[in-house]
Design a protein around this ligand. Structure first.
Ligand code: A3P
Length: 265
Protein backbone atom coordinates (compact mmCIF):
# COMPACT_ATOMS: atom_id res chain seq x y z
CA UNK A 1 0.00 0.00 0.00
CA UNK A 2 1.44 3.36 -0.99
CA UNK A 3 0.82 6.41 1.17
CA UNK A 4 -0.46 9.60 -0.43
CA UNK A 5 2.63 11.61 0.68
CA UNK A 6 4.78 9.35 -1.44
CA UNK A 7 2.44 10.04 -4.32
CA UNK A 8 2.68 13.81 -4.23
CA UNK A 9 5.30 14.87 -6.78
CA UNK A 10 8.05 12.74 -5.22
CA UNK A 11 11.77 13.41 -5.63
CA UNK A 12 13.96 11.31 -7.87
CA UNK A 13 16.98 9.65 -6.30
CA UNK A 14 19.67 7.29 -7.44
CA UNK A 15 18.87 3.68 -6.63
CA UNK A 16 21.60 1.19 -7.60
CA UNK A 17 22.48 3.50 -10.48
CA UNK A 18 18.91 4.02 -11.74
CA UNK A 19 16.74 7.09 -11.09
CA UNK A 20 13.74 6.08 -9.01
CA UNK A 21 11.09 7.31 -6.58
CA UNK A 22 10.09 5.74 -3.26
CA UNK A 23 6.88 4.26 -4.57
CA UNK A 24 8.88 1.86 -6.71
CA UNK A 25 11.71 1.08 -4.30
CA UNK A 26 9.94 0.64 -0.94
CA UNK A 27 9.05 -2.90 -1.96
CA UNK A 28 12.49 -3.73 -3.31
CA UNK A 29 13.28 -6.60 -0.90
CA UNK A 30 10.18 -8.39 -2.08
CA UNK A 31 11.02 -7.74 -5.72
CA UNK A 32 14.49 -9.17 -5.24
CA UNK A 33 13.16 -12.22 -3.45
CA UNK A 34 10.35 -12.78 -5.92
CA UNK A 35 10.02 -16.41 -6.89
CA UNK A 36 7.91 -16.95 -9.94
CA UNK A 37 5.65 -19.92 -10.38
CA UNK A 38 6.29 -21.88 -13.55
CA UNK A 39 3.24 -20.39 -15.24
CA UNK A 40 3.94 -16.74 -14.29
CA UNK A 41 4.53 -14.24 -17.08
CA UNK A 42 6.59 -11.09 -16.55
CA UNK A 43 5.62 -8.17 -18.79
CA UNK A 44 8.50 -5.71 -18.85
CA UNK A 45 8.53 -2.24 -20.43
CA UNK A 46 10.05 1.18 -20.03
CA UNK A 47 7.25 3.48 -18.78
CA UNK A 48 4.79 4.48 -21.51
CA UNK A 49 5.80 1.86 -24.05
CA UNK A 50 2.48 0.00 -24.14
CA UNK A 51 2.34 -1.78 -20.77
CA UNK A 52 -1.41 -1.40 -20.44
CA UNK A 53 -2.12 -2.51 -24.00
CA UNK A 54 -0.05 -5.70 -23.87
CA UNK A 55 -1.16 -6.49 -20.29
CA UNK A 56 -4.77 -6.33 -21.40
CA UNK A 57 -4.14 -8.48 -24.49
CA UNK A 58 -2.45 -11.17 -22.39
CA UNK A 59 -5.12 -10.96 -19.68
CA UNK A 60 -7.85 -11.50 -22.27
CA UNK A 61 -5.99 -14.32 -24.00
CA UNK A 62 -5.81 -16.21 -20.69
CA UNK A 63 -8.93 -15.11 -18.84
CA UNK A 64 -11.25 -13.66 -21.51
CA UNK A 65 -13.52 -16.67 -21.14
CA UNK A 66 -14.14 -16.03 -17.44
CA UNK A 67 -17.29 -14.01 -17.97
CA UNK A 68 -18.04 -10.30 -17.90
CA UNK A 69 -17.62 -9.66 -14.13
CA UNK A 70 -13.86 -9.80 -14.27
CA UNK A 71 -13.87 -7.39 -17.21
CA UNK A 72 -16.28 -4.88 -15.72
CA UNK A 73 -15.35 -4.81 -12.05
CA UNK A 74 -11.61 -5.42 -11.64
CA UNK A 75 -9.23 -2.71 -12.84
CA UNK A 76 -6.50 -4.04 -15.08
CA UNK A 77 -3.77 -3.01 -12.60
CA UNK A 78 -5.28 -5.47 -10.09
CA UNK A 79 -5.48 -8.26 -12.66
CA UNK A 80 -1.94 -7.71 -13.93
CA UNK A 81 -0.22 -6.19 -10.87
CA UNK A 82 2.98 -4.16 -10.97
CA UNK A 83 5.69 -6.33 -9.43
CA UNK A 84 7.61 -3.32 -8.10
CA UNK A 85 4.52 -2.01 -6.30
CA UNK A 86 2.84 -5.13 -5.03
CA UNK A 87 5.35 -7.96 -5.44
CA UNK A 88 4.98 -10.29 -2.49
CA UNK A 89 7.84 -12.35 -1.23
CA UNK A 90 7.40 -14.78 -3.81
CA UNK A 91 14.82 -14.49 -8.54
CA UNK A 92 13.82 -16.64 -11.22
CA UNK A 93 11.49 -15.45 -13.95
CA UNK A 94 10.42 -18.21 -16.31
CA UNK A 95 8.70 -16.29 -19.12
CA UNK A 96 9.25 -12.67 -20.13
CA UNK A 97 7.32 -10.53 -22.60
CA UNK A 98 9.15 -7.26 -23.22
CA UNK A 99 7.56 -4.31 -25.04
CA UNK A 100 9.72 -1.56 -26.54
CA UNK A 101 8.59 1.74 -28.03
CA UNK A 102 10.72 4.14 -30.03
CA UNK A 103 12.43 6.75 -27.88
CA UNK A 104 10.80 9.75 -29.50
CA UNK A 105 7.14 8.74 -29.05
CA UNK A 106 8.02 7.17 -25.71
CA UNK A 107 9.42 10.49 -24.49
CA UNK A 108 6.38 12.48 -25.62
CA UNK A 109 4.02 10.01 -23.95
CA UNK A 110 6.12 10.07 -20.76
CA UNK A 111 6.10 13.88 -20.69
CA UNK A 112 2.28 14.02 -20.78
CA UNK A 113 2.07 11.20 -18.24
CA UNK A 114 4.24 13.11 -15.76
CA UNK A 115 2.12 16.22 -16.27
CA UNK A 116 -1.10 14.39 -15.39
CA UNK A 117 0.22 12.09 -12.64
CA UNK A 118 0.88 13.61 -9.21
CA UNK A 119 2.61 10.36 -8.28
CA UNK A 120 5.48 11.19 -10.62
CA UNK A 121 8.08 13.96 -10.26
CA UNK A 122 7.33 17.32 -11.92
CA UNK A 123 8.32 17.12 -15.59
CA UNK A 124 9.05 20.85 -16.04
CA UNK A 125 8.62 22.21 -19.56
CA UNK A 126 9.19 20.04 -22.61
CA UNK A 127 12.76 21.02 -23.22
CA UNK A 128 13.73 20.42 -19.55
CA UNK A 129 11.91 17.10 -19.68
CA UNK A 130 13.70 16.03 -22.84
CA UNK A 131 17.14 16.89 -21.48
CA UNK A 132 16.37 14.87 -18.34
CA UNK A 133 14.97 11.99 -20.39
CA UNK A 134 18.10 11.82 -22.49
CA UNK A 135 20.29 12.01 -19.39
CA UNK A 136 18.36 9.06 -17.90
CA UNK A 137 17.00 11.25 -15.08
CA UNK A 138 13.51 9.79 -15.16
CA UNK A 139 11.77 7.16 -13.06
CA UNK A 140 13.19 3.81 -14.25
CA UNK A 141 16.28 5.56 -15.55
CA UNK A 142 17.56 5.67 -19.08
CA UNK A 143 15.29 4.57 -21.95
CA UNK A 144 18.39 3.39 -23.81
CA UNK A 145 19.73 1.25 -20.95
CA UNK A 146 16.30 -0.28 -20.45
CA UNK A 147 15.49 -1.16 -24.04
CA UNK A 148 19.06 -2.19 -24.78
CA UNK A 149 19.55 -4.09 -21.51
CA UNK A 150 16.50 -6.26 -22.08
CA UNK A 151 17.50 -6.71 -25.73
CA UNK A 152 20.80 -8.15 -24.56
CA UNK A 153 19.04 -10.41 -22.07
CA UNK A 154 16.90 -11.75 -24.88
CA UNK A 155 20.02 -13.02 -26.64
CA UNK A 156 20.85 -15.34 -23.75
CA UNK A 157 17.40 -16.35 -22.49
CA UNK A 158 15.18 -18.63 -24.52
CA UNK A 159 11.89 -17.92 -22.72
CA UNK A 160 11.91 -14.35 -23.87
CA UNK A 161 9.66 -12.57 -26.32
CA UNK A 162 10.62 -9.05 -27.44
CA UNK A 163 7.85 -6.97 -28.99
CA UNK A 164 7.72 -3.50 -30.52
CA UNK A 165 4.82 -1.12 -30.00
CA UNK A 166 5.10 0.01 -33.62
CA UNK A 167 4.68 -3.55 -34.90
CA UNK A 168 1.51 -3.94 -32.86
CA UNK A 169 0.15 -0.77 -34.45
CA UNK A 170 1.23 -1.74 -37.98
CA UNK A 171 0.31 -5.41 -38.07
CA UNK A 172 -1.67 -6.34 -34.98
CA UNK A 173 -2.76 -9.80 -36.23
CA UNK A 174 0.74 -10.94 -37.05
CA UNK A 175 2.07 -9.75 -33.70
CA UNK A 176 -0.69 -11.53 -31.79
CA UNK A 177 0.01 -14.75 -33.67
CA UNK A 178 3.70 -14.48 -32.75
CA UNK A 179 2.81 -13.73 -29.12
CA UNK A 180 0.38 -16.66 -28.94
CA UNK A 181 2.84 -19.02 -30.50
CA UNK A 182 5.47 -17.94 -27.96
CA UNK A 183 3.02 -18.42 -25.07
CA UNK A 184 1.86 -21.76 -26.45
CA UNK A 185 -1.71 -20.54 -26.91
CA UNK A 186 -3.94 -21.33 -29.85
CA UNK A 187 -7.08 -19.21 -29.53
CA UNK A 188 -9.89 -19.74 -32.02
CA UNK A 189 -10.62 -17.14 -34.68
CA UNK A 190 -13.65 -15.99 -32.65
CA UNK A 191 -11.59 -15.63 -29.48
CA UNK A 192 -9.01 -13.60 -31.32
CA UNK A 193 -11.70 -11.36 -32.74
CA UNK A 194 -13.17 -10.84 -29.28
CA UNK A 195 -9.78 -9.87 -27.90
CA UNK A 196 -9.17 -7.58 -30.86
CA UNK A 197 -12.44 -5.70 -30.31
CA UNK A 198 -11.64 -5.14 -26.63
CA UNK A 199 -8.09 -3.90 -27.10
CA UNK A 200 -8.53 -1.23 -29.75
CA UNK A 201 -7.40 2.19 -28.59
CA UNK A 202 -10.99 3.49 -28.56
CA UNK A 203 -12.35 0.54 -26.55
CA UNK A 204 -9.61 0.82 -23.97
CA UNK A 205 -10.06 4.58 -23.74
CA UNK A 206 -13.77 4.12 -22.94
CA UNK A 207 -13.18 1.21 -20.57
CA UNK A 208 -12.90 2.36 -16.93
CA UNK A 209 -11.03 -0.82 -16.07
CA UNK A 210 -8.22 0.04 -18.47
CA UNK A 211 -8.18 3.85 -18.77
CA UNK A 212 -6.92 4.55 -15.23
CA UNK A 213 -9.86 6.83 -14.47
CA UNK A 214 -10.12 4.92 -11.17
CA UNK A 215 -6.77 6.29 -9.97
CA UNK A 216 -7.32 9.63 -8.16
CA UNK A 217 -3.73 10.79 -8.40
CA UNK A 218 -4.04 10.97 -12.18
CA UNK A 219 -5.70 14.11 -13.52
CA UNK A 220 -7.16 13.07 -16.84
CA UNK A 221 -8.17 16.65 -17.58
CA UNK A 222 -4.54 17.66 -17.77
CA UNK A 223 -3.89 14.79 -20.22
CA UNK A 224 -5.84 11.54 -20.60
CA UNK A 225 -3.98 8.32 -19.79
CA UNK A 226 -5.16 6.93 -23.12
CA UNK A 227 -3.83 9.93 -24.97
CA UNK A 228 -3.21 9.23 -28.69
CA UNK A 229 -2.00 5.68 -29.14
CA UNK A 230 -0.17 6.34 -32.39
CA UNK A 231 3.34 6.30 -33.76
CA UNK A 232 5.23 9.41 -34.81
CA UNK A 233 3.37 11.77 -32.49
CA UNK A 234 6.87 13.00 -31.71
CA UNK A 235 6.90 14.85 -35.03
CA UNK A 236 5.06 17.79 -33.45
CA UNK A 237 8.04 18.22 -31.16
CA UNK A 238 10.60 17.87 -33.90
CA UNK A 239 12.37 21.16 -33.35
CA UNK A 240 13.11 20.15 -29.77
CA UNK A 241 14.68 16.93 -30.92
CA UNK A 242 17.22 18.87 -32.90
CA UNK A 243 18.60 19.89 -29.51
CA UNK A 244 20.58 16.74 -29.22
CA UNK A 245 21.04 15.03 -32.56
CA UNK A 246 23.86 12.76 -31.48
CA UNK A 247 21.90 11.07 -28.72
CA UNK A 248 18.88 10.69 -30.91
CA UNK A 249 20.82 9.21 -33.77
CA UNK A 250 22.15 6.62 -31.33
CA UNK A 251 18.61 5.92 -30.10
CA UNK A 252 17.05 5.70 -33.53
CA UNK A 253 19.83 3.67 -35.07
CA UNK A 254 19.86 1.13 -32.27
CA UNK A 255 16.09 0.84 -32.23
CA UNK A 256 15.68 0.38 -35.97
CA UNK A 257 18.41 -2.26 -36.04
CA UNK A 258 16.82 -4.18 -33.16
CA UNK A 259 13.41 -4.04 -34.74
CA UNK A 260 14.77 -5.43 -38.00
CA UNK A 261 16.81 -8.05 -36.21
CA UNK A 262 13.77 -9.26 -34.27
CA UNK A 263 12.39 -10.70 -37.48
CA UNK A 264 15.57 -12.44 -38.38
CA UNK A 265 16.55 -13.97 -35.03
P1 A3P B 1 0.31 7.86 -25.84
O1 A3P B 1 0.55 8.69 -24.59
O2 A3P B 1 1.32 8.12 -26.91
O3 A3P B 1 -1.10 7.96 -26.33
P2 A3P B 1 1.81 2.46 -20.77
O4 A3P B 1 0.63 1.58 -20.72
O5 A3P B 1 3.12 1.71 -20.80
O6 A3P B 1 1.76 3.51 -19.72
O7 A3P B 1 1.78 3.19 -22.19
C1 A3P B 1 0.78 4.15 -22.47
C2 A3P B 1 0.82 4.48 -23.94
O8 A3P B 1 0.26 3.35 -24.67
C3 A3P B 1 -0.07 5.69 -24.27
O9 A3P B 1 0.54 6.32 -25.41
C4 A3P B 1 -1.37 5.00 -24.62
O10 A3P B 1 -2.25 5.79 -25.39
C5 A3P B 1 -0.84 3.82 -25.43
N1 A3P B 1 -1.85 2.76 -25.56
C6 A3P B 1 -2.52 2.15 -24.57
N2 A3P B 1 -3.43 1.30 -25.09
C7 A3P B 1 -3.31 1.37 -26.44
C8 A3P B 1 -4.00 0.73 -27.54
N3 A3P B 1 -4.99 -0.12 -27.34
N4 A3P B 1 -3.60 1.04 -28.80
C9 A3P B 1 -2.60 1.93 -29.02
N5 A3P B 1 -1.94 2.58 -28.01
C10 A3P B 1 -2.28 2.29 -26.74
Amino acid sequence: IISMEVLHRPQLFDFHGVSMTNAFTDNWDNVQNFKARPDDILIATYPKAGTTWVSYIIDLLYFGHMGPDRQTSIPLYDRVPFLELYGKSCAHIPVVVYVARNAKDNAVSYFHFERMNGGMPEPGDWSTFLQDFMAGKKVFGSWYDHVNGWWEKKQTHSNFHYMFYEDLIEDYEKEIDRLCSFLGLSPSVEEKERVRASVTFDSMKQNKMTNYSTVPVMNQEVSPFMRKGTTSCWATFVSQYLLSPVVLIKYTFFYTLSRLAAFVI
